[in-house]
Design a protein around this ligand. Structure first.
Ligand SMILES: C[S@@+](CC[C@H](N)C(=O)[O-])C[C@H]1O[C@@H](n2cnc3c(N)ncnc32)[C@H](O)[C@@H]1O
Length: 212
């Protein structure tokens, strides 16, 4: 379904915000000016609940959210416009271009939260854990950098586990029902809240990549 852009969305997307980076390639290699303990990047931030809540939980870390749909990204900008957070940056563009925005080894953690599962085999290349994406992540991650994945979709989760293991990522943590226990250290995403409301298990895995 196509949504018409509302006036507030046009206004918020056109305005210059200190947290909204319209030309992210200009920042390549300079996202962390030695200010923050770590650089976290979320690909497919949706309306931004995760990135905003994580930035509040970890003020010493930098959180960069990437969302390709301007209409959806406008909600992140709206959330941030009423917060006073210095440690969030937003890119509204397709992460297929991510290599132009970051230097090799610039990222500590990549978060893939409830990424579109693209269940049809013919669409496998679009999955954010398809090997071409994994190769880009390897390039952008620091030595021992991590990928944190959460999803409700068992088929996509199994596929991702297979791809990450085959591509030399090492699994550090794994849960087939992550929210059975409390995890105050990790914020809930919008999709996660919805699936938890249906009592669906949340699958989560943490992976590390070594350049050695
Ligand atoms: C299913 S939603 C999940 C949103 C959010 N992470 C959550 O858990 O609530 C997936 C989001 O990823 C975005 N997305 C998918 N592929 C992307 C890409 N290549 N670059 C940036 N955003 C992408 C979509 O536009 C959508 O907003």
């Amino acid at each position: 379904m196509r949504h018409r852009r509302k006036q507030w969305q046009t206004d918020i997307l056109e305005k210059d915000w200190p947290f909204y980076f319209k030309n992210p390639s200009l920042l390549s290699g300079q996202w962390n000016d030695n200010h923050y303990e770590a650089v976290h990047v979320e690909i497919g931030s949706g309306k931004g609940q995760y990135i905003v809540e994580m930035a509040k939980l970890y003020p010493n870390k930098l959180f960069i959210g990437i969302e390709m749909m301007p209409l959806i990204g406008s909600y992140i900008l709206k959330k941030l416009s009423v917060e006073n957070l210095n440690n969030v940056r937003i890119i509204i563009d397709n992460a297929d271009n991510i290599k132009e925005w970051f230097e090799a080894g610039e990222i500590d953690v990549i978060h893939l939260n409830f990424s579109d599962p693209w269940p049809k085999k013919s669409h496998a290349k679009r999955r954010l854990t398809y090997p071409t994406y994994l190769n880009v992540y390897k390039h952008l991650l620091k030595n021992h950098g991590q990928i944190h994945q959460k999803t409700d979709n068992i088929g996509f989760f199994e596929y991702s586990v297979e791809q990450l293991s085959q591509n030399k990522f090492v699994c550090l943590d794994f849960s087939a029902d992550f929210r059975r226990n409390d995890h105050p250290e990790d914020a809930e995403t919008e999709y996660e809240e919805r699936f938890m409301g249906f009592n669906q298990p949340i699958y989560r895995a943490v992976w590390s990549y070594s350049h050695d």
